[in-house]
Design a protein around this ligand. Structure first.
Ligand code: LFR
Length: 488
C-alpha cells in the first residue's frame, strides 16, 4: 500500500487552517492539524492583513503536523482569498502589511479609472467582474494617491505567493491568483501590459506567471529548523482558494453549475475558455483562471459574509451559533423581506443588520422586526440571487446544467441547500465541505506525480467523500418570490 502525506494551508478571510491530506490507494482522508482565526486589522482607519502573524500560524501548523501528529508531509502549499498583495523592496523585504480588500481606499477607484480608460475596454481586455477591490483598482488607487509605498516597490506578490515566498525564498506569481487581479489577458499567463500602462501602473513590479501544479522551491533552512521539518518542496497549487475548491467538485461530467459557499458565494460554470461579450459585460461576469487551462465563468455573490456580520454585530447581546441562526430562519415566514445581497452597502457596512433594515425600508418593504426575520431575509435573498445568476449563465452559455454542486463550509447548511434546490428547480449536491483544502492537496499530489489530470483529481474526491443530494420540492411560492426579487 502506498501512502502519501501533504499539508495544505488554506487561508480565508475569517479563518485559516492547516489540513493534512493522506492519499492511500487513490483515496484521500483529511485531518485538521491547526485552526486559527483571521481578521482584518484596523490601523488609522485602514484595513490590513497581518501577514507575519498568519505566517507564524502556518509554521505552527507544520510544527504540529510533525511533532503532534508525527507526520512529515512530502510537500506544502498555500491557497488564500483573491486580489490582495504585498509589496517587496529591491532587497526582497516585505514593505508594510498588505491592505485588506474591503479597505475604503478603493471606494471611488473604479469611477476614477474609468475617466482614463473606458469601462467597456477594461472588461474586454480582462474579462473580469468589476469589483472595487480587484488588484487593478487597489494599485490604481495608489497611483492616484501618489503612494510613497508604490514608489519603493520592486515587486508585488499576491497573498499565497507571498506566503510561499516566506516559506521558500522564491518569489513566484501563480496563474489562478493572478487572474483575480483584473490585470491579465483572459485565459493567458500574460499581464495586460498596455492597459496597465495606460492606468499608470508600473508593470516592472509584476513577475512572470507560472501555471499551478509546479514545485516553486523548498523550505528554507531557517523554516525547516524552526518547524522540525526536512526541506520539503513548496508547491504552487491553484493559489486562489476558489480555484482550488472548484478543482475538487466531485462532478462526473461538465453539465453542472457550482456554488463555492463561504464568506462569498461563488456561482458559476467551468468552461474551456473565457466567455467575453457585451452581454457578459452588462451582467458583470468574471472569467478567472483555474487548473489545467480551465476557466471559471462566474459571479461573486455576497454570501455568508451577510450572516457572519450580523452574528458579529449581535454578539454583544446574543452569541448565536450558526445552527441557531439557521433554526431561527427556518421558523420565520418565508420571502417576507428581500434584499439584493450584492448591493454595495453590504460590502463593509460595520453594522450589517442596520444596513439590511435600511435596504428593506428604502425599498418599501417595511422594517424586519426580529433577528429571525433578518436571517430569513438573507437566506431567501441568497437563494433567489442564485436563481437569478443561473438564468444569466443560461442566457450566454449553451452548456446544459442539470445540477448544482455546493462545496465549501456553506454546504453544511441544509436549510439553504434545500431552499436553493427549490428556488432553482435543480438538484443540489452538497459536499465536500473541505473543498478548498482538498483541491490544494490533490494538486500537490499531481505536482509530485501521483495523479495525472483534473479528471483523476475529481475521481479521488468522489471515492473519498460522501455527498448529500437535495431534490427540488414543489408547491412553494418560489416563482412569485422570484418575480418580486427581480423587481426590487
Ligand atoms: C473567496 C474569494 C473570492 C474572491 C474574494 C476576494 O474566498 O477568493 O473568489 O473574489 O475571496 O478575494
Amino acid at each position: 500500500m502506498t501512502t502519501h502525506h501533504f499539508l495544505a494551508f488554506d487561508l480565508g478571510a475569517s479563518s485559516g487552517r492547516a489540513i493534512l491530506g493522506t492519499l492511500e490507494n487513490q483515496k484521500l482522508s483529511l485531518t485538521e492539524v491547526h485552526r486559527f482565526t483571521n481578521q482584518m486589522q484596523r490601523v488609522h482607519g485602514h484595513d490590513f492583513w497581518n501577514i507575519f502573524s498568519l505566517f507564524e500560524e502556518l509554521k505552527t501548523g507544520l510544527k504540529k503536523c510533525i511533532s503532534d501528529f508525527k507526520i512529515q508531509p512530502e510537500s506544502i502549499a498555500v491557497d488564500t482569498w483573491g486580489v490582495d498583495f504585498v509589496h517587496l523592496d529591491n532587497n526582497g523585504q516585505i514593505l508594510s502589511l498588505p491592505f485588506a480588500y474591503r479597505d475604503s481606499r478603493t471606494n471611488t477607484a473604479m469611477e476614477d479609472l474609468f475617466r482614463l480608460l473606458p469601462k467597456e475596454e477594461v472588461y474586454r481586455q480582462t474579462g473580469i467582474q468589476f469589483m472595487q477591490f480587484n488588484s487593478l483598482f487597489q494599485l490604481f488607487s495608489m497611483v492616484r494617491d501618489k503612494s510613497p509605498l508604490l514608489k519603493i516597490t520592486d515587486r508585488i506578490l499576491f497573498m499565497p505567493n507571498a506566503l510561499n515566498y516566506l516559506f521558500s525564498g522564491e518569489a513566484k506569481t501563480e496563474f489562478s491568483i493572478a487572474s483575480t487581479s483584473q490585470m491579465i489577458v483572459p485565459g493567458a499567463c500574460k499581464w495586460q501590459t498596455p492597459l496597465l500602462e495606460k492606468a499608470g501602473i508600473p508593470t516592472s513590479i509584476l513577475g512572470d506567471i507560472i501555471l499551478p501544479g509546479q514545485q516553486i522551491g523548498s523550505l528554507t533552512e531557517e523554516v525547516a529548523r524552526e518547524t522540525g521539518s526536512t526541506q520539503i518542496p513548496v508547491i504552487a497549487v491553484a493559489g486562489h482558494d476558489t480555484a482550488s475548491a472548484i478543482a475538487s467538485v466531485p462532478a462526473e461530467n461538465d453539465n453542472f453549475a457550482y456554488i463555492s459557499s463561504g464568506t462569498w458565494s461563488i456561482f458559476g460554470i467551468e468552461t474551456p475558455q473565457p466567455i467575453i461579450s457585451k452581454q457578459t459585460a452588462a451582467m458583470n461576469f468574471t472569467n478567472e483562471g483555474g487548473v489545467e487551462g480551465t476557466t471559471r465563468f462566474l459571479k461573486n455573490i455576497m454570501g455568508m459574509w451577510l450572516i457572519q456580520e450580523c452574528r458579529r454585530t449581535w454578539a454583544k447581546e446574543t452569541d448565536y451559533s450558526w445552527m441557531e441562526m439557521v433554526e431561527l430562519a427556518r421558523n420565520s415566514e418565508p420571502f417576507k423581506y428581500l434584499i439584493d445581497p450584492d448591493d454595495s452597502n453590504f460590502l463593509n457596512p460595520g453594522d450589517m443588520p442596520a444596513a439590511i433594515t435600511a435596504f428593506c425600508e428604502e425599498t418599501g418593504q417595511g422594517r424586519p422586526a426580529t433577528h429571525a426575520e433578518i436571517i430569513r431575509c438573507i437566506y431567501d435573498s441568497l437563494a433567489l440571487k442564485y436563481r437569478f445568476t443561473l438564468d444569466q449563465i443560461r442566457s450566454v452559455s449553451d452548456r446544459p446544467i442539470d445540477k448544482i454542486h455546493i462545496i465549501g463550509g456553506g454546504a453544511n447548511n441544509h436549510f439553504l441547500n434545500q431552499l436553493t434546490a427549490n428556488v432553482t428547480g435543480l438538484p443540489v449536491v452538497a459536499g465536500p465541505t473541505e473543498a478548498t483544502a482538498t483541491g490544494n492537496i490533490l494538486m500537490q499530489a499531481k505536482a509530485l506525480g501521483y495523479l495525472r489530470t483534473l479528471a483523476d483529481i475529481r475521481e479521488v474526491v468522489r471515492e473519498s467523500f460522501e455527498v448529500t443530494v437535495f431534490s427540488p420540492e414543489t408547491g412553494g411560492e418560489w416563482d412569485k418570490a422570484y418575480q418580486t426579487f427581480c423587481n426590487l
